[in-house]
Design a protein. Sequence first.
Length: 325
Amino acid sequence: MSVLVFIEQRDGQVRPVSREALGEATRIAAAIGGPVIGVCAAAKDPGLAALGEAGADRVLLATSDRFAAYDAEGTAAAVEAAVRGVQPVVVLFAASAMGKDLAPRVAAKLGIGLASDCTKIDPASGGLTATRPVYAGKALQQVRFPKTPALLSLRPKVFAQVSRAGTSASVEPLAVTLPGDGPRARVLRVSAVAGGKVDLTESEIIVSGGRGLKGPENFPLIEELAGALGATVGASRAVVDAGWRPHHDQVGQTGKTVSPKLYVAVGISGAIQHLAGMSSSRCIVAINKDPDAPIFKVADYGVVGDLFEIVPALTAEVKKLNAHG
Ligand SMILES: Cc1cc2nc3c(=O)[nH]c(=O)nc-3n(C[C@H](O)[C@H](O)[C@H](O)COP(=O)(O)OP(=O)(O)OC[C@H]3O[C@@H](n4cnc5c(N)ncnc54)[C@H](O)[C@@H]3O)c2cc1C
C-alpha cells in the first residue's frame, strides 16, 4: 500500500515541488498505511537521503548521463520501472512543466488514468478522490480511480511540506532499460531567466500588473512594490501581448498557474482566463479603479481607487514596516 512520488531535480538540486508532493504523500500514506517511496532520474545523486526529512522512507535512483538534462522517454521508463517494481497504490507528480510532460507519458505506458493539476486529495472516502479545477477554474471536478495505481499531478504551492528533522531516506539504485538508440528528443540548452528571478510558480508572493498601468514605463511601480514585499513580478496577458512584459511573466490559462500565499493584482480586470491561473492563491489583494471589476469577486481584500496613488503609498508603508524589522 505504498505511495510513489516522482522526485524532480534540476542541475543537481531537488525541486521544492517534490517536497510538497512528499508532504501530501505522507498524509495519504498515513491514511492508507504504507511507506512513501521516491523515484528520481539523475546523472548523480542530488542528495536524496535528505528527503527523509520531507517524508520519504526510501528513494529509488536511476542514474545515467542521459539524465543530466530532462530526458522525457528515459525518465518515463524509470518511473514505469519503479511502478512495476513497487506496485504502489498512488503515484504523485508535481504539475510543474516537467510533471505536465512526464505524468501523461507514464499513464500511457501503464495504460491507466491520470488526474492532472489536483488541488485536493481525499484518501479516506471509500477509495481515493482527487479534486481538480476545470473550465478555467469555473468548476471543480472530483475524480475517482477504479484501478490502481491512481496517478495524480499536484498543483504547485497548494500542498504543504512536512518536516521530519533528523530522518534520512535510504537511497537504492533502480535498474532501467533506457529505450532505443538514445532519446528521440533531446534538451540542448536551458535558457535561465537573467537576474536570478524566482520562478513565478515557486514564489510565495506575487505582484502582477495589468493594462491599468497604461504602459511599460509604469511597471517600475509594480517592481518597487514587489521588491519591498520580496515578491516576484507577474503580468496579465494583455500586457504580455502588448510587449510590456516577457511571456514568462504571464499568469493565466495560457500562462503560468500560480498559488502563492499572497497575490496582488494591480490594474487587472480579472478576466476568467487570468483567474484560471491565480484563483487558488491563498490571499488575493486587488487594486482597481472600477468597483465592478470581476477581480473583486475572487479578492480577499479589494482597494477601489487609482493605482497610481495607491501603489506608491502601499510601497512606502511596506518599506516603513521593513525598516522597523
Ligand atoms: C484563449 C484565451 C487565453 C487567454 N489567456 C490569458 C492568460 O493566460 N492570462 C491573462 O491574463 N489573460 C488571458 N487572456 C486574456 C483575457 O481575456 C483578458 O483580455 C486579459 O486578462 C486582460 O488583461 P488586463 O486585466 O490587464 O486588461 P483589461 O481587461 O483591459 O483590464 C485593465 C483593468 O485596469 C483597471 N484600471 C485602469 N486604469 C486604472 C487605474 N489608474 N487604477 C486602477 N485600475 C485601473 C481597469 O478598471 C480594468 O479593470 C486570454 C484570452 C483568451 C481568449
